[in-house]
Write a protein that binds this ligand. Structure first.
Ligand SMILES: Cc1cc2nc3c(=O)[nH]c(=O)nc-3n(C[C@H](O)[C@H](O)[C@H](O)COP(=O)(O)OP(=O)(O)OC[C@H]3O[C@@H](n4cnc5c(N)ncnc54)[C@H](O)[C@@H]3O)c2cc1C
Ligand code: SF4
Length: 460
């Protein structure tokens, strides 16, 4: 992702090699290692196999969780993987990255009796990993429909849509800006959540269904227009994610040392040798979501010494779950709530940030308390959110948009009859891998209906 390279590393007190290769390997090993077979059977035994299971309702892709766990118990791993992948073809990645503590596992009835849910995410990984590893395909393709669909974007939403459309017999072309498919699974998710190049192995598994042509390094708005795609294809699915990052809105934001967190994470995810990644001694992260936690924890694991996340509201308003916040604290990251940046300090490069203390006013709006403080910093990471880069998208900018994102209906159809959209780029999304996968699946079903093909009810 060359456009996202950062300049950290040419600054005083910003250096590579703060920890050695052995420690880096330990620090970036699997955050939640896989279950052994016996541990999986014990975990599966804790499921009550609830009728109208609340965990299934809480899963954005609606995986029949009691069914897949029952299959593990009875030794039918293929049946289990089928139950998962038929609803969520990226069930392997979701098992690693879903914030289960606020999704399926939060809804688990075991929480009431024992304060500990069934390990749904780990069981899902146990069931799916062998099939991704062996490349065993569990689904076939319907007879060719003669219809062609363009999928713009190769992240979770695009891949999920492409796979389902291919199963339904359509010819799919994925056009994607980055050099590799996978979207933020490849360039964004924390390295210790997806080790051993799992993102690319999963992409390989998805493409192996057949019928999907891939054109990487091709960007909508730069290399082709939406009008061209609409002419050349029977339908279009837009899954372009959020390519832009929000700025702090302060002067001096281009000072060396003020770094876009998403860009740095992308650089880190693609680095062959992490000991060569530059990190500061004193780092400040501004933001409160997963990106803020991920950049803080990963920088700490690369050897950054003093690390503070500053968020403008309280712990409950943070986008990162309490589990993620605990992970940061366990890694030596300080989190300071109720403060917002007012000034970046430094002339040749950043040396610190001035903050104003905040509180929620009577109307809930954020207001200053009149107090302030300063934090010294060699590196300041901006992690206050991403947005669609409308100025780079050419004629796609004519789509109906709200809050900067594409407006879609319940079937993910946009304001244009033959164009659908899903994942982070659409309005009201939750900005999670699993919701992007669900959007891709729903859009594929809707596109199939629109194309009027002889869709098979069940693609198994
Ligand atoms: C740092 C970070 C950590 C995260 N951690 C988690 C996590 O732990 N768990 C979780 O569930 N979610 C996490 N998320 C959110 C999750 O990664 C996203 O919600 C998900 O990837 C969205 O999928 P998508 O397909 O909509 O977009 P993306 O994954 O962003 O993919 C967009 C695709 O579109 C392509 N593209 C972009 N612009 C164009 C263009 N103009 N023309 C053609 N192609 C284009 C890109 O190359 C890419 O392939 C994280 C996000 C970030 C930033
Ligand atoms: S996809 Fe995510 S939310 Fe759904 S069951 Fe699996 S781990 Fe839970």
């Amino acid at each position: 992702m060359p456009s996202r390279e950062t300049d950290a590393g040419t600054l005083p007190d910003v250096a590579a090699g703060r920890v050695d290769a052995a420690e880096i390997e330990r620090n970036f090993s699997d955050l939640h290692p896989p279950l052994t077979k016996s541990a999986a059977l014990i975990a599966a035994d804790r499921c009550y196999f609830c009728y109208a299971a609340p965990c299934t309702t809480a899963c954005p892709t609606g995986i029949d969780i009691p069914r897949f766990i029952q299959s593990i118990r009875s030794g039918d791993l293929e049946g289990s993987a089928r139950a998962i992948l038929s609803e969520n073809i990226m069930g392997g990645m979701c098992a690693r990255v879903c914030p289960t503590e606020v999704l399926c596992e939060q809804a688990c009835v075991r929480n009431v009796h024992e304060d500990k849910p069934v390990d749904i995410g780990l069981l899902q990984r146990h069931a799916t990993d062998p099939f991704i590893a062996s490349g065993t395909q569990l689904f076939g393709r319907a007879a060719p429909s003669g219809k062609r669909v363009a999928v713009v974007g190769g992240g979770p939403a695009g891949l999920s849509c492409a796979h389902r459309l291919a199963c339904l017999g359509h010819a799919v072309t994925i056009v994607s800006r980055d050099g590799k498919l996978g979207g933020l699974n490849e360039y964004g998710i924390a390295a210790y959540k997806t080790v051993d190049d799992f993102a690319q192995r999963e992409v390989g598994y998805i493409l192996a269904i057949g019928g999907i042509e891939v054109r990487t390094g091709v960007a909508l708005g730069r290399d082709l227009t939406l009008a061209q795609l609409r002419r050349q294809f029977d339908a279009v699915f837009l899954a372009i994610g959020l390519a832009g990052t929000r700025r702090l809105g302060l002067g001096s934001e281009d000072l060396p040392g003020v770094v876009d967190a998403v860009a740095y994470i992308a650089q880190m995810r693609q680095a062959e040798d992490k000991t060569r990644l530059p990190v500061g001694r004193r780092t400040v992260v501004i933001g409160g979501g997963m990106t803020a936690i991920d950049i803080a924890v990963q920088s700490k694991r690369l050897g950054a010494e003093d690390m503070t996340i500053v968020y403008r509201r309280g712990p409950r308003q943070m986008g990162a779950s309490s589990l993620e916040q605990d992970l940061a604290r366990r890694n030596g990251v300080r989190i300071r709530h109720w403060a917002r940046p007012t000034r970046l300090l430094g002339d040749a490069h950043v040396t610190g940030v001035e903050f104003q203390c905040t509180r929620a006013g009577d109307d809930g709006k954020l207001e200053g308390t009149g107090e302030s403080f300063t934090l010294d910093a060699d590196v300041v990471f901006r992690a206050i959110g991403q947005e669609v880069s409308w100025n780079e998208l050419g004629d796609a900018a004519a789509l109906e948009v709200e809050g900067g994102r594409i407006v879609v209906d319940a079937n993910r159809r946009t304001s244009l009859e033959d164009v659908w959209a899903g994942g982070d780029c659409v309005h009201d999304g939750q900005d999670l891998t699993v919701t992007a996968v669900q959007d891709g699946k729903l859009a594929a079903q809707a596109i199939d209906n629109y194309l009027g093909s002889n869709r098979r009810e069940d693609h198994e």
